[in-house]
Design a protein around this ligand. Sequence first.
Ligand code: CTP
Length: 410
Amino acid sequence: MPTLTGRHIILGITGGIAAYKSALLVRDLVREGAEVQVVMTPAATQFVTPLTFATLSRRDVIVEMFPATPGQPTAQWTAHIDLGVWADLMLIAPATANTLAKITVGMADNFLTSLVLALRGPLVVAPTMDVDMYQHTATQRNLALLRERGVHVIEPESGELASGLTGPGRLPDPAIIMDVVRAILAGRKRDLEGKQVLVTAGPTQEPIDPVRYIGNRSSGKMGFALAEAAVARGARVTLIAGPVHLPTPSGADRVDVSTAQEMMDAVLGRFENCDVLIMAAAVGDFTPAAVAQSKIKREKAGAAHLTIECVQNPDILRTAAERRSRQILVGFALETDNGLTHAREKRTAKKLDLIVLNDPRVEGAAFGAETNVVTLIGRDDTATPLPLLPKLEVAHHILDRVVHLLPPAR
Ligand code: CTP
């Protein structure tokens, strides 16, 4: 069913090899009923001709700011201002490092960048470039600034790039971009206003000696998406993060921790005042019984084997459940075998209101992925599987359930 009927969307296309994939985006947007105005930078026309997009969008494509003949009046002279008001949303996909840099500082040197300054609605960018350009401090700082300003950044996918290098920089599948567009235009309700939400994210690190630790592969992206989604819905959010390299979602308070014990202290110190605790962190179950004060040397540790004695870490969720008054508790279960059975057992044992089951071996649910495939299991043990979705969308589904569990506002 068309979900974007009558919505006005500007698709900005900049000069990257992924520009050819934008044709699929135009097709999908039009199929869903949107009116699409394509705007290209001059560089983008080197990759795909405007005719392709004009045909798919059934509208003239705008590239130039000024008329072909100097001094002649043009119907497009104020078009950037008109379109800035017309648009319900502007999506720049692909967004090159160059255009991202320009819109970060507010330059208006072509039609597309001028339109960004005149835009009244939300802006979504899909950075797409070679891995080194993407990871460059300049690009990362620009993206952080754009996020701070409320721009929605769709992270690039990792994989083989046009240059032959491998890493983040690919334009995500159109389905993922469409999900983000739909979600933003759906204008989520501010249904967590006045609620205090505590989210944990990422791995923990248990020190062995001053340089080594026991950790895990959690990227923290699911927990960060939950924090972002909860802020968007009006909650006051504290994000307790293990060691991860992710920007803090704007509007969330972040507390960085390293060990499971530190995470436990950070959670319990804030638990009484919170309404919802979501434990998305991959908490290390074991920690070395003693931390060596100096680096363990190979010779001293013995020739072939090193045994590290470990003790169990406290279970944060169980401890919180024992102290709960009104709080809603949500846990995650990462399972590779008999997932439903184990997740249901965990939900009961930890006295949770909701458990989110995922299997990192399922395609699209791997550690560090931008997407996830989960099953939600509530108090009545009913399992609700969700399709492959961007983590932000998964976060909103989880929060939809949380909102229903909260006592009605007085
Ligand atoms: N968790 C926690 N404290 C711990 C370990 C886990 O609060 N020390 C939370 C996690 O954040 C997650 C849920 O409990 O929300 C399930 O974690 P998981 O490691 O899957 O559960 P365990 O009980 O440790 O079981 P397993 O033997 O499968 O690791």
